[in-house]
Design a protein around this ligand. Structure first.
Ligand code: KIV
Ligand code: ZN
Length: 514
């Protein structure tokens, strides 16, 4: 029997970017999109063009520059969304408009305040409008798994009649169980035979940890497009992890008997690139791409592996592009070693950035015995996320902190704010709190620090401190920032100031246009 081709639809840049804590600049989205093209995904959903000017520009940039995959944008089923989406994706050689509307009772009654018939009408109008621009139109009944099956089929039938070429069934809230989800796809093929003439896709969220299993169950039921994100990032608990689905289909080709365009050796690099640019870590024990995915700890396993790797290894590490951890970086390491390590981690950096990173590594190596892979990554992240000189409206000039077991921590901080030198003092529950309180006396009080996270990169009291923070402005826009330094207080101050600068830049860019 001829093998079915499974279309891999990547939504890392759209649903993935909706992950709490993730936010990507336009050029970072472009770098990821190029890597997704190298990985061989068939479709890249690059964003939601109507959501913001930034989203629109990013989708347009990807459409203009990334060759190979279909470039898709998301739109609700209203005219303005569809039109805006087309304006962004039309630059692609192979554009797609993906339009969606919720179909479950709770969404119709509580969110849309629409009747089932109105939703069908909106679906038909949106698909027809999208079709007037673009031959390739995808339609999704949002919250499909909490929608009555017959009504879901009616909406899908109407979308196909209106011209949709892909029908995507989303498990929006990650509610489905694998067998049940597979049965829903089978039911769809039975009740809507026209679905066999279009691509049937699925899009699973991971709220109950079933996203990958549900996607695989849908493939068994006849779906031929799978949507997901690299590293399983995405809204709430995330989307189906594409690398896991891909390696299931490849490792168990005896079972699934399908073909893919994917170049699996690009998986590891893609995973690390996404993690490094979004700042969302890959958990060590994550399937396929976790640091421990190919590590064998127990003696009995090590013995088996030494005799024959097949005893405990179902995939070869090199098959997913994992090259091992054998590069040692120290003060004598040159740019080549640093470039090699960072390329393995998915960074694509110019010589100027490599020189800055190498210089910071040498500085650290002079102080510490060894510089580990994680240190190098943290330094690279820090340097690549540096704001340009013009973007730094607020600069840290200096700070002093006094603290002790019998005194209230007190800080004095000197900042340059729009060129003016300002000094303030603050007290706090600890030295970082004191510095933070001093900073907030000199900057816009409508910005609020809502999240602070401190991580020691590698062991020891001399470890690099990696601080990530989140700020919100009065309009609930969020700004993430991160800074790395050997000094935990300086790392914290730098991260807070970087977040403030991001918020001020956003204001300059968008609010001055209003
Ligand atoms: O989860 C969801 O339902 C979505 C749709 C827009 C496809 O992301
Ligand atoms: Zn989703």
């Amino acid at each position: 029997m001829e093998k079915r081709k499974i279309i891999i639809f990547d939504t890392t840049l759209r649903d993935g970017e909706q992950s709490p804590g993730a936010s990507l600049k336009d050029n970072e989205k472009l770098v990821i999109a190029h890597q997704l093209a190298r990985l061989g995904v068939d479709v890249i959903e690059a964003g939601f063009p109507i959501a913001s000017d930034g989203d629109f520009e990013a989708v347009k940039l990807v459409a203009q520059n990334v060759k190979g995959p279909i470039i898709c944008g998301l739109a609700r089923t209203n005219e303005a969304d569809v039109d805006r989406c087309w304006e962004a994706v039309k630059h692609a050689a192979r554009p797609r408009i993906h339009t969606f509307i919720a179909t479950s009772k709770v969404h119709l009654e509580e969110k849309l305040k629409m009747t089932p018939a109105e939703v069908i009408k909106r679906t038909v109008n949106a698909v027809k409008r999208a079709k007037s621009y673009c031959a390739d139109v995808e339609f999704s009944p949002e919250d499909a798994t909490r929608t009555g099956q017959d009504y879901m089929c009616d909406v899908v039938r109407a979308a196909i009649e209106a011209g949709a070429t892909t029908i995507n069934i989303p498990d929006t809230v990650g509610y489905a169980e694998p067998q049940e989800f597979g049965d829903r796809i089978r039911y769809l093929f039975k009740k809507v035979p026209e679905a066999r003439k279009v691509v049937v896709s699925v899009h699973c969220h991971n709220d109950l940890g079933n996203a990958v299993a549900n996607s695989l169950a849908a493939i068994e039921a006849g779906a031929t497009q799978i949507e997901g994100c690299i590293n399983g990032i995405g809204e709430r608990a995330g989307n189906a992890a594409l690398e896991e689905i891909i390696m299931n289909l490849i490792t168990r080709k005896d079972y699934y008997n399908v073909t893919l365009n994917i170049k699996t050796r690009e998986i590891f690099k893609t995973s690390r690139l996404v993690s490094n640019l979004t700042g969302i870590e890959v958990q060590r024990n994550k399937a396929v791409v976790g640091m421990n995915a190919f590590a064998h700890e127990a003696g009995i396993h090590q013995h088996g592996i030494l005799q024959n790797k097949r005893t405990y290894e179902i995939m070869k590490p090199e098959e997913v592009g994992w090259t091992g951890d054998n590069l040692v970086i120290g003060k004598h390491s040159g740019k080549h070693a640093v470039t090699a390590l960072l390329e393995e981690e998915g960074f694509q950096l110019d010589q100027n950035l490599i020189s800055q990173i190498t210089a910071r590594i040498k500085e650290l190596a002079d102080k510490e015995k060894s510089v580990e892979r994680e240190d190098v990554i943290a330094i690279a992240r820090d340097i690549t996320h540096q704001l340009s000189e013009e973007e730094q409206f607020v600069k840290l000039e200096e700070f002093t902190v006094t603290t002790g077991s019998a005194m209230t921590p007190t800080a004095s901080v000197k900042l340059r704010v729009y060129g003016d030198l300002k000094i303030a003092a603050g007290i706090g529950d600890g030295p970082i709190d004191a510095v933070s309180n001093a900073i907030w006396q000199m900057v816009d009080p409508s910005l609020k620090l809502v999240d602070y996270h401190l991580k020691a990169i590698t062991g020891g009291t001399d470890a690099l401190a990696d601080v990530s923070i989140k700020l919100i402005d009065a309009n609930q826009n969020t700004f993430m920032a991160r800074a790395v330094d050997e000094d935990v207080i300086r790392a914290s101050a730098k991260a807070i100031i970087k977040g403030i600068n991001k918020a001020l830049n956003y204001r300059e860019r968008f609010q001055t246009q209003e």
